[in-house]
Design a protein around this ligand. Structure first.
Ligand SMILES: O=C(O)C(=O)CO
Length: 425
C-alpha cells in the first residue's frame, strides 16, 4: 500500500476519521436500520397504528427516538424520552405523542428520581396488549432512578460522586447501582406485566454486555468483579445493599445491540482505507488510568510506522478534591502531549463519542508535538494542570480542544493516532 504523506499530514484527517466513526454509530441511523430490517416485507405488529409505545433513555435517546419515529410513523402510540440536559430535540418534543424529560447527568438528583417514577407510570399506562419498544443508551444509569427505600436525592448524588471518582470500572459501578435500585439489574423487566417488549441498545460498555448498559434495566446479569470497598462515611451503602428485594416475574425482552465501539473502530479503519492510508487497529480495550495510557500510546506512536492508528475504550482519572475543567479524554491527550513534545510527526486525538468529556462541554482534544509549548506560551504548566485534573484549561489555551455538541450516540471513547513519514517533517 502506498503511503501518502500529504494525506497523513492533512490537518483535517483526524477530525474526518472521528466524524466517520460518529456517523457509523449514530443512534437515529442504527435504530432506523434495525427496525426497517425487522419490518422488511412482512412488517411486524409494532407497525400497526397506535400499537407501539416507545421508551427512549440515555444520551442518545433523542436521536434513537427520531430513528424509531421515521420507521413507525403512525404506528407510534406514545413515547417517553429521557435524556441529558441540552440533548433534546425541539422538533421531536413538539409531537404531542412524545413526552420529553431532561434529566441529570453525570450525577443523578431530584430530576432523575422524577424521571424514574414517570418511567414506571408510563409503562403502567400502556395497554397490556401494547408493544413496548425500549431504546437504551449510556447515561441511563444517572438519568433515571427508582432507589430502594432509604435513599433520597442527596444520598443518590453522594453515592454516585464516590462511584465516579473512585476509579472503578463501569461493571463495578453498575453492580453497586443495581444493588440499590428497584429498576436496575434487570428489575424493570419485572414491571412489564407480560407486555410484548423489544429493546435496541447503543452500547457504551466493554464487551457490549446488555446487563451492564444503562445498569441493565431489562437484563439480569451475573454479578461480576469484587464488591468495592465502601468508604466509612457511606456505610449505609453496604447496609442497604444487603436488604432483600421483592422478586417479581421478569417479562422476557428481545434485546439487540445496534451500535457499539467495535462498529465505530471499523468505520475509522474503513475511512482510512478509502484514502489508501495504512491503518492499524488496536483491539486491546483501553481501560487503564488516563494519564498512564496517554503516555504509553504516545510512546508507541513515536516508534510506529506511518499510518492511522485506532484504539477504543474508556480510561479513568482519580480526581483530586477540587477538580478543574476536563475529562478522561483531555487528561489522556495532555499526558500524551507531554511525551510527544518536539516530535512533529505524530498527532493524537482522544474524544468521547457522546461529544462530552468529564465535566466539560468539549468532546476531547487533538494534540501534537507543539501542544505543550503552545499552552506554556499562555503561562500554563501541563504537569500542574494534570495534577489538578484541569487538562481542559491547558488544552483550551493551546487551542487543541474538540467541540462537537451532542452527537446522537454514545459508544465510549476513541483514540486516533496519526503518524506521518518523518522524512516529510
Ligand atoms: O452510562 C450508563 O448509564 C451506564 O451505566 C453504562 O451504560
Amino acid at each position: 500500500m502506498t503511503v501518502h504523506p500529504t494525506d497523513l499530514a492533512d490537518p483535517q484527517l483526524p477530525h474526518w476519521l472521528f466524524q466517520a466513526a460518529l456517523s457509523a454509530v449514530n443512534g437515529e441511523t442504527a435504530v432506523r436500520n434495525a427496525l426497517a430490517a425487522n419490518g422488511g416485507s412482512s412488517r411486524g405488529p409494532e407497525y400497526a397504528p397506535g400499537y407501539t409505545h416507545v421508551i427512549a433513555l440515555g444520551k442518545a435517546a433523542a436521536s434513537m427516538m427520531q430513528g424509531a419515529l421515521t420507521v413507525l410513523g403512525d404506528g407510534l402510540a406514545r413515547a417517553l424520552v429521557v435524556t441529558r440536559q441540552g440533548y433534546l430535540d425541539a422538533g421531536l418534543c413538539a409531537d404531542e405523542r412524545i413526552e420529553c424529560i431532561e434529566s441529570e447527568h453525570p450525577l443523578p438528583g431530584e430530576r432523575s428520581l422524577e424521571a424514574g417514577t414517570r418511567l414506571l407510570a408510563f409503562i403502567d399506562e400502556a395497554p397490556l396488549d401494547a408493544h413496548l419498544l425500549f431504546l437504551i443508551s449510556g447515561g441511563t444509569s444517572s438519568l433515571l432512578e427508582v432507589p430502594v427505600t432509604g435513599i433520597d436525592a442527596a444520598r443518590l448524588a453522594e453515592l454516585n460522586r464516590w462511584l465516579l471518582g473512585a476509579g472503578l470500572d463501569i461493571t463495578a459501578m453498575n453492580r453497586v447501582r443495581s444493588a440499590l435500585s428497584v429498576i436496575k439489574g434487570g428489575r424493570l423487566a419485572g414491571r412489564l406485566a407480560g407486555r410484548n417488549a423489544r429493546a435496541l441498545l447503543v452500547s457504551d460498555v466493554p464487551g457490549d454486555d446488555p446487563s451492564v448498559i444503562g445498569s441493565g434495566l431489562l437484563v439480569v446479569g451475573e454479578p461480576r468483579g469484587e464488591w468495592p470497598a465502601v468508604p466509612d462515611e457511606l456505610a449505609w451503602v453496604d447496609e442497604l445493599a444487603q436488604m432483600p428485594l421483592r422478586p417479581e416475574a421478569a417479562t422476557p425482552v428481545s434485546v439487540e445491540i445496534v451500535a457499539s465501539l467495535g462498529k465505530a473502530m471499523d468505520a475509522v479503519v474503513a475511512a482510512a482505507r478509502l484514502r489508501g492510508l495504512p491503518v492499524f487497529r488496536h483491539d486491546a480495550f483501553l481501560d487503564g488510568e488516563a494519564a498512564a495510557t496517554g503516555e504509553r500510546l504516545a510512546r508507541e506512536l513515536i516508534r510506529s510506522e506511518p499510518g492511522v492508528h485506532v484504539w477504543g475504550g474508556e480510561t479513568h482519572v482519580h480526581l483530586p478534591d477540587d477538580p478543574g475543567r476536563g475529562g478522561r479524554n483531555q487528561h489522556l491527550a495532555l499526558a500524551a502531549a507531554r511525551v510527544l513534545a518536539g516530535h512533529d510527526h505524530v498527532r493524537l486525538l482522544a474524544a468521547g463519542t457522546d461529544g462530552s468529556d468529564g465535566n466539560s462541554e468539549d468532546a476531547g482534544a487533538l494534540v501534537d508535538g507543539d501542544t505543550v509549548a503552545r499552552g506554556g506560551a499562555e503561562g500554563l504548566d501541563a504537569a500542574d494542570c494534570l495534577a489538578r485534573a484541569d487538562s481542559g484549561r491547558f488544552l483550551a489555551a493551546a487551542g487543541d480542544l474538540i467541540h462537537t455538541g451532542p452527537t446522537g450516540t454514545n459508544v465510549m471513547d476513541l483514540v486516533i493516532g496519526i503518524v506521518r513519514d518523518r522524512a516529510g517533517d
